[in-house]
Ligand binder design. Structure first.
Ligand code: FEO
Length: 388
């Protein structure tokens, strides 16, 4: 698949895969890799090991893989690097990567490869084209970098700007919901590094990166880079919509009743509300809605003096993703001793959210308690409107 003259997509589509280390991938995955035919034939990134043969066959459509002189490794996570030993075996290329990537590849693959370690701003001339490297540590691993094809203004952005979706479409203007899939990816992979995303925009200025095309390692290629860069800035600033999410789990439907009453109260104010059950909905979908919600209401029962275990798992995931600038509300039920409420509020405090007084009920919420839950929902809705 030609992207521009002498630049080919040689990645693979993994339509059946539905899991990326517990991130639900409803429409599969893509592992993008790019082949540049220049005086020194260059391959940018690799694919997952089980697709290595498929990738090599694709490369054979354009060149003899033995002719690859440079292999640029922007990131070492195994979804991109586990197929690389096959390429190295065939071509014995110069492997261009960061210092951390070299250390990681040696550890993962016992790699005694011909490494060339690069720093931000360094360039390699591969013929007509120049490749400039920009280190992007913790976006999203310490080894990560991006590669800019200077003359053609193409940025190989690794996981940044990617999406977990397998599609026959290769470009953003061909896939209607490309921004949505990029949002799901951002929320689940990059949200904890929002400050670094904002710094990345400054790095682009510093290293004169002005892409006409952004080619990530997952999903479609952005022929309209501004479309996604603009969204990244919005997400990294945690700009929110007039929206609340209600996230709950329940044992005997008591917490669920509170959840519905709170959601009804929020909706009565005209604020958009989304409701999720942590055992029935995918966590990847829930945190995608959390990303741009102003209020996050979380409810669960108490079990053994702590929050119900499935919610404990979700809270661990949420806390790690570090969503910011939220109004938080906890709602809980218990039998004879509380614990869930404190656990939920504890996470909200750790995340430095503005926590509103919530509600706890014993056994089953009474009509009075359901009325109170509804009123709390109204309070949340009004607050969202004020703050938006
Ligand atoms: Fe797509 Fe961080 O690997």
């Amino acid at each position: 698949m030609e992207i521009i003259k002498n630049l080919y997509w040689v990645g693979v589509l993994d339509f059946p895969e539905r899991d990326f280390h517990n991130f639900a991938t409803h429409r599969g995955l893509t592992y993008n890799s790019y082949l540049i035919l220049d005086e020194k034939i260059t391959l940018i990134d690799g694919v997952k090991h089980k697709f290595a043969r498929e990738q090599i066959k694709k490369i054979e459509n354009y060149t003899n893989p033995k002719e690859i002189e440079y292999l640029v490794v922007n990131h070492i996570e195994p979804d991109h690097s586990s197929g690389l030993p096959e390429i190295v075996k065939i071509a014995n290329p110069t492997v261009v990567c960061t210092k951390k990537a070299k250390e990681g590849l040696e550890k993962y693959y016992n790699a005694d490869w011909n490494f060339k370690v690069v720093r931000s701003g360094e360039e390699i001339k591969i013929g007509e084209n120049t490749l400039r490297f920009i280190e992007t540590p913790m976006l999203h691993w310490p080894d990560s970098m991006m590669t800019y094809m200077v003359e053609k203004q193409i940025l190989f952005s690794m996981d940044g700007f990617g999406q977990h979706i397998a599609s026959e479409e290769r470009f953003d203007d061909e896939l209607e919901d490309a921004v949505y899939w990029a949002k799901v990816y951002y929320a689940n992979i990059l949200m904890p590094y929002a400050n670094l995303v904002l710094r990345l925009i400054k790095l682009f200025e510093k290293y004169e990166v002005n892409p006409k095309i952004i080619a990530p390692s997952h999903g479609i290629i952005w022929r309209n880079p501004n479309k996604i860069v603009k969204e990244y800035v919005k997400w990294a600033n945690f700009e929110s919509d007039e929206k609340a999410v209600v996230i709950y789990d329940t044992m005997w439907h008591s917490t669920e009743r509170l959840a519905m009453a709170i959601a009804d109260g929020i909706a009565s104010t005209g604020v958009k509300v989304r409701i999720f059950n942590v055992r029935k909905d995918e966590w990847a979908d829930i945190v995608t809605e959390v990303l741009d919600a102003k209020a996050v209401c979380i409810g669960a029962p108490t079990m053994h003096n702590h929050v119900f275990p499935p919610m404990a798992g979700f809270l661990t995931y949420l806390k790690g993703l570090r969503p910011k600038n939220k109004i938080g509300l906890a709602f809980c039920s218990y039998g004879w001793g509380s614990g869930a409420y404190e656990d939920i509020v504890g996470v909200m405090n750790d995340l430095k959210w503005e926590v509103i007084d919530g509600i706890q009920v014993q056994f089953r919420p009474t009509d009075e308690e359901l009325k109170k839950a509804y009123e709390i929902g109204v309070e949340i809705g009004n607050k969202v409107k004020e703050d938006s």
